[in-house]
Design a protein around this ligand. Structure first.
Ligand SMILES: [Cu+2]
Length: 212
């Protein structure tokens, strides 16, 4: 009896490993760049970290030409970055019935943003459209955890998005009076992926050789 159970569990492990090998999740390029959120009891604050990660902005977005596993396939064909991540800077104690909301107030046309999460837990992310993408609400309720959204651009070039971060009703997101809000602009540069640059260089060498 015990022996049979062991065989069954070994088979289950093989199945899980096989399906995991077939999955394609989007690349996580570059080091995490945190967007620190604070609340001192009265004012919400938001600031891009340049102390822990001094990498200058705009941050790169790249298209690796991957066919991602659903629901991450919303990123197919796009220049993608998940480097920016919202993160609590210190302990945050919220008033009863409130939540910290992040609302996108403006962005470069064509920029899409999808729900992510902890950066190394890509299979757990919903990839649901947020911040106005695909007709979603421009305001998104932050759960207080580290959250790296997936940001996607349709073409090469410069992209940015500006957000208000404020204390709102935990259900409706309506701003609560008597509390200060803050805003932050995140920016990106959609650039060719390193792999595609290598292909171009190799192509150039092949052309040079042919000419001789
Ligand atoms: Cu992070």
């Amino acid at each position: 009896m015990l022996h049979t159970m062991k065989i069954v569990s070994a088979a289950a492990v093989v199945v899980v490993a096989g399906s995991a090998g077939a999955q394609v999740w989007p690349n996580v390029d570059g080091a995490m760049k945190h967007v620190h959120i604070t609340f001192d009891g009265t004012n919400v604050g938001v600031e891009i970290d340049f102390m822990i990660n001094p990498e200058p902005t705009p941050l790169p977005m790249m298209n690796h030409g991957l066919s991602h596993t659903a629901p991450a396939d919303v990123l197919d064909g796009k220049y993608v970055s998940s480097q920016y991540g919202f993160l609590a800077d210190g302990f945050i104690n919220l008033p009863q019935g409130s939540a910290i909301w992040i609302e996108m107030t403006s962005a470069t046309a064509g920029l899409d943003i999808y729900e992510g999460g902890m950066r190394n837990m890509r299979p757990m992310h919903t990839y649901a459209p947020i911040f106005g993408t695909g007709g979603s609400s421009s305001a998104w309720k932050w759960n207080g955890m580290m959250h790296h959204p997936w940001v996607a651009a349709p073409s090469l070039g410069a992209f940015d998005a500006t957000f208000n971060v404020y204390l709102g009703d935990e259900t409706t997101g309506a701003p609560l009076s008597g509390f200060g809000m803050d805003s932050v602009t995140l920016d990106w540069n959609a650039i060719p992926a390193p792999g595609s640059a290598v292909v171009l260089v190799m192509g150039g060498i092949a052309c040079a050789r042919r000419r001789r």
